[in-house]
Design a protein around this ligand. Sequence first.
Ligand SMILES: NC(=O)c1ccc[n+]([C@@H]2O[C@H](COP(=O)([O-])OP(=O)(O)OC[C@H]3O[C@@H](n4cnc5c(N)ncnc54)[C@H](O)[C@@H]3O)[C@@H](O)[C@H]2O)c1
Ligand SMILES: CC(C)[C@H](C(=O)O)[C@@H](O)C(=O)O
Ligand SMILES: [Mg+2]
Length: 351
Amino acid sequence: MAIKIVCLPGDGIGPEVTQSTIAVLKAVGEKFRIEFDIAEYPIGGIAIEQSGTPLPDQTLAACKEADAVFLGAIGGPQWENPEASVRPEQGLLKLRSELGVFSNIRPLKVFPSLISSSPLKPERLAGVDFVVVRELTGGIYFGERTRQDDYATDECRYSVGEVERIARVACEMAMQRNKRVTSVDKANVLETSRLWREVVTRVVKNEFPEINLEHQLVDSCAMKLIQQPAHFDVILTENMFGDILSDEASVLSGSMGLLASASIGDGVGLFEPIHGSAPDIAGLGIANPYASILSAAMMLRWLNLELAAKAVEDAVLDAIDNGTLTRDLTISNSMREASTKEATQAVLEAI
Ligand SMILES: NC(=O)c1ccc[n+]([C@@H]2O[C@H](COP(=O)([O-])OP(=O)(O)OC[C@H]3O[C@@H](n4cnc5c(N)ncnc54)[C@H](O)[C@@H]3O)[C@@H](O)[C@H]2O)c1
Ligand SMILES: CC(C)[C@H](C(=O)O)[C@@H](O)C(=O)O
Ligand SMILES: [Mg+2]
């Protein structure tokens, strides 16, 4: 039976990188005789243009019935008017919430052949391999917002249950890795962080006694990520800190255009690169498609298609090792610059 994938290209470079990813999915499907039924639906700014809402009912219904959902990126300056009542980002947040995908897994590896693409010194990058486990459906992203003439508020709320379940995801992941969890919070200031710290400590003590747990404040964690990135194994953190730290971490790998993610809950999974719609390069044909393609590999693995997932990851690695690099990766090392199409072609040839 065909595997039903709902694809949400979105805005800016979203459609460019999803087009590459669909080509790769088709190729890997042919190689391993897997039938994918891929249907595209609007989300984000394009959906606002078409129907006045960033997450149309048909899109949400299709996502809920799919085996997996794949998203490019949403947003852009056209929809950034501070007075606007509908925004592309609301569509993505509602989708995450409706699908209940509370854990966002963002792996970070440094590809040896890309060490010169990172602004960090090579010796800092040796052995860097960690994963950010970001809570995705709670915290300040989903609290009540108010606006008066002269002030505004954003509520940040976490329940014990929300922290327990994401802590378990991080611990289970750490058990498959080096059994080290760094839980990141701001417990010296925030009450939600003090609850977070308490709950994480209890979950580890009662359920994962083999895990080596450390707590780190988010400000010094931001520093340590650059100063000593090889220190980390699993970084467990709340929604907004995870958003910020993962973009920061992408600099270690050389580009945001390399970082994939999987958003998992109890039902259908959502797979998306961590980057946004990159309005500054949209339409130029130079976006890096590897983050998106690697997100599809995470999707294949989650669908229990391990051979196909590995084939996609190896093909991206081959393309990178052969020096097929888009502008974001060549900028600091004056190598030849590949287009999105050329990078996609290099992956297709390696499959
Ligand atoms: N998941 C998502 O859909 C998502 C994620 C982040 C931001 N956004 C939205 O994207 C819009 C732009 O946000 P931003 O500029 O802060 O972040 P961004 O991630 O879109 O871009 C940041 C920088 O990284 C570069 N970049 C990002 N992805 C790249 C790729 N694949 N290849 C080459 N270069 C790449 C961009 O050119 C830009 O210079 C905003 O509307 C924001 O809300 C959406
Ligand atoms: C677009 C925005 C709502 C989103 C987030 O903050 O979660 C993005 O930055 C991400 O990292 O996926
Ligand atoms: Mg982000």
